[in-house]
Design a protein around this ligand. Structure first.
Ligand SMILES: [Zn+2]
Length: 739
């Protein structure tokens, strides 16, 4: 607002302008006055033009938001506000020409423009904001083609905010309101950084000079806003978004939310809430189901209230604003505290009878008949409640609370995003002196207190990160308008919560849970995943469940920590192990590959491993067939030629060992097409057989141990594909994934 180079003359004029605009009633208070032309003043009352000073805001371009690889996630571009001066419209013919031209070019209602053109006492009436360049050019041509219109139609600088990917990370990025001010997400949290300083120019010429004029008296340049470089990676965000979106559909869930965190720094690589909204059109309600409910409301006030609530609802970044009972994921924290305090060892033997009495309250293991004798590792694998009640009692309320607090669960994480839920002592969690034997028991396995998803992942991340609790963050750097870095976020260790040794022990426990416990659907071949599942009742009415998985990989040198929460699954399956763990496996597998983390296969995994298709093009048909069969492939020859001219799959594509390769020997033969069969609901061997019969290859993904069933295929049933194409089929188990 303050111009450094302003000359005294201009200052004086500015003061006159200020005085005049106040007198003219454009606003009170500095900001309102300076921005009167753009921010306020829908219509300026016409006054004697010869005496009027124009004081016009020069818009400052809002900074951009980039992902970690400088891909643009939000950007501002020039736009214009179109206004008219009705006092210059002297006859009916002109009024009609103006109304017709404006309404057609700007796609606004003719009658409305026509009516505005008739308000001859006004010199400024806004027709449309955020008009883009092509429309402005069209309008300029229209003005040029019609004599005198340059005195009637004018332009003012405006800006428009673009989100190139629409829904992409919209609950994190947020959006800006029409006045270019952040309304939610990063746009509001970093509004001061992103917003530049408006400039202005003041001219003693009359208002008809409009903004196109360069004949100004005083010009104060605008300062552009700074830009944000996020830790979020567009590719990982895409993996998380897609997996969650699919999970919501598959399970008829109300919401799915998830976070991928860089283990060693606490940087957010991806953060997603589904369903979300289109940041380019934030007021449009994105959830079809919600929209139907709103349409059914008859009372107008009620309807408007429902629309407002739905909008607020879809703008919320539920990974930080919502809280839930974490359920058995919390057993990792109880185990960490107990191991650190030496009240338990991993090989200590326990006995689960199926229930555990605390005072007058009977707690049950989800396995009513009990797990019998089991060591602590097995109790963790079985997610056995009675054992955790027992070890929480050994810790006692004071020590239990000490770790609850140390893991950051009594405070917001302080992530640089707005609206983080604030834990409340003895409302959302118990303080040491308020625990009863009963509440301590239910807290030991993650019930009767609430945490936000960001708190949960940050606490589990401390286990992955050798016991160090990090400060989570999403803005990595801030850049000025010329691209110079003006701020670099440094990872911050909040504190050492448990020793490295204890962290290693809990990691070992969590790895066993994924290998052969309730989180086996979180298994990813080649990457040692450590994790824990959780299933809790959704508060307040406990009709539905919240299914979750939190874990990290690779267990021996964690790179990423992942939390997946599926809110109110209604597909029948409802446990974290059945619902959330497969989603996490998908995200972990894709992210590990993307991050080029070298897979380390076990002997067992190697035996099942797929191979790269050999190069057979150029060989004789006889030789190619012999070579392919020698390494276990089935061969289908198309055409009458003697040499292989083409093959599907092409060389180096990964296919299963007993897959099919189609050889084309004739330039005239068309690509042989086949229909994709239904590959869901099958065992691995059945799916392989069905695929082979149909002439396609399948790539197996997800859990492959024990009794597994396919639940998704990458290409839909009945789609026509080239023979030999590869379809990815995901498997999961429904056995022993309770909790
Ligand atoms: Zn048990």
């Amino acid at each position: 607002m303050v111009a450094k180079k302003a000359k005294q003359k201009f200052k004086n004029r500015a003061l006159i302008a200020l005085a005049l605009t106040c007198i003219l009633g454009f606003g009170v208070g500095g900001f309102g006055v300076f921005n009167a032309a753009v921010i306020h003043g829908e219509e300026y009352k016409y006054k004697a033009k010869s005496q009027q000073l124009s004081d016009i805001t020069v818009m400052a371009r809002r900074g951009s938001i980039y992902d970690s690889n400088m891909n643009v996630l939000a950007k501002s571009a020039d736009a214009w506000t179109v206004f008219i001066d009705p006092s210059e419209i002297k006859n009916e013919e002109t009024r009609e020409i103006v109304a017709k031209g404006l309404s057609e070019i700007l796609e606004v209602d003719y009658d409305s423009v026509y009516e505005k053109c008739g308000r001859e006492k006004y010199s400024y009436i806004r027709i449309k904001r955020k008009v883009e360049y092509d429309k402005k050019t069209e309008l300029e041509a229209f003005i040029k083609a019609n004599k005198g219109l340059h005195r009637i139609i004018g332009f003012e600088d405006d800006v428009i905010r673009y989100y190139p990917y629409g829904n992409f990370a919209s609950t994190v990025l947020g959006f800006t309101a029409d006045d270019d001010v952040g309304r939610s997400g990063l746009e509001v949290h970093y509004n001061d950084v992103l917003t530049g300083t408006y400039g202005r120019y003041i001219t003693a010429k009359n208002a008809r000079q409009f903004l196109m004029s360069s004949d100004y008296d005083s010009y104060y340049a605008a300062t552009q806003g700074a830009s944000l470089g996020l830790t979020m990676d567009q590719v990982i965000q895409y993996y998380l978004d897609s997996a969650l979106e699919q999970a919501v559909v598959d399970h008829g869930a109300t919401y799915g939310y998830g976070i991928v965190m860089e283990t060693k720094t606490g940087a957010i690589l991806a953060m997603s809430t589904k369903p979300d909204f289109d940041a380019n059109n934030p007021y449009k309600i994105n959830n079809e189901k919600v929209l139907e409910e709103i349409d059914a409301i008859e009372d107008e006030d009620e309807k408007n209230a429902a629309i407002a609530a739905a909008r607020y609802g879809q703008w919320r970044n539920r990974t930080i604003t919502d809280s839930y009972e974490p359920g058995s994921v919390f057993k990792c924290i109880t185990a960490a505290a107990a191991l650190e305090e030496n009240v338990v060892t991993t090989d200590e033997m326990f006995y689960c009878s199926g229930s555990y009495q605390v005072k007058d309250r009977m707690y049950h293991c989800f396995r009513r008949e009990g797990h019998g004798r089991e060591d602590f590792v097995t109790a963790m694998k079985n997610s056995c409640n009675p054992i955790f009640i027992e070890i929480a009692q050994r810790l006692g309320p004071k020590t239990f609370y000490k770790y609850f607090d140390a893991f950051g669960l009594t405070e917001p994480t302080g992530i640089d995003l707005p609206g983080e839920s604030i834990p409340k002592a003895n409302v959302t969690y118990y303080t040491a002196n308020r625990f009863t034997a009963v509440s301590l028991a239910s807290c030991s396995f993650g019930q009767s207190f609430q945490l936000s998803p960001i708190q949960v992942i940050n606490a589990i991340n401390a286990i992955a990160n050798n016991g160090k609790l990090m400060q989570p963050y999403i803005v990595n750097a801030i850049y000025d308008e010329t691209g110079n870095k003006i701020l670099q976020t440094k990872p911050t260790i909040k504190r050492q919560v448990i020793s490295e040794h204890t962290a290693d022990q809990v990691t070992y426990l969590m790895e066993q849970v994924v290998k052969s416990g309730t989180a086996r659907n979180g298994y990813v071949a080649g990457y040692r995943v450590a994790g824990k599942t959780g299933t809790s009742e959704k508060l307040p009415d406990k009709t539905y469940n919240i299914s979750s998985f939190c874990g990290f990989a690779p267990a021996d040198d964690p790179q990423i920590t992942v939390l997946i929460v599926v809110d109110e699954p209604k597909s029948g399956a409802y446990t974290g192990g059945a619902v959330a763990a497969p989603v996490a496996a998908e995200v972990i597998q894709q992210t590990m590959q993307y991050l080029n983390v070298e897979p380390q296969y076990t002997e067992e995994e190697l035996a099942k491993l797929d191979m790269k298709a050999p190069q057979l093009v150029g060989s004789t048909v006889a030789q190619a067939t012999k070579d392919a069969k020698a390494i276990g492939y089935n061969v289908k020859v198309i055409g009458e030629g003697e040499t292989v001219l083409n093959q599907t799959p092409v060389a180096k594509q990964v296919i299963p060992k007993n897959g099919i390769i189609v050889l084309y020997t004739d330039s005239k033969s068309e690509t042989k097409k086949v229909k994709v069969p239904n590959l869901c609901g099958l065992s691995i061997s059945d799916a392989s057989r069905v695929a082979r019969d149909a002439g396609i290859n399948i790539k197996v993904s997800g859990c492959t141990r024990g009794t597994v069933v396919s639940y998704r295929q990458s290409i839909a049933t009945d789609t026509e594909v080239a023979m030999g194409s590869i379809i990815t089929v995901s498997f999961k188990t429904e056995v022993n994934v309770q909790d």
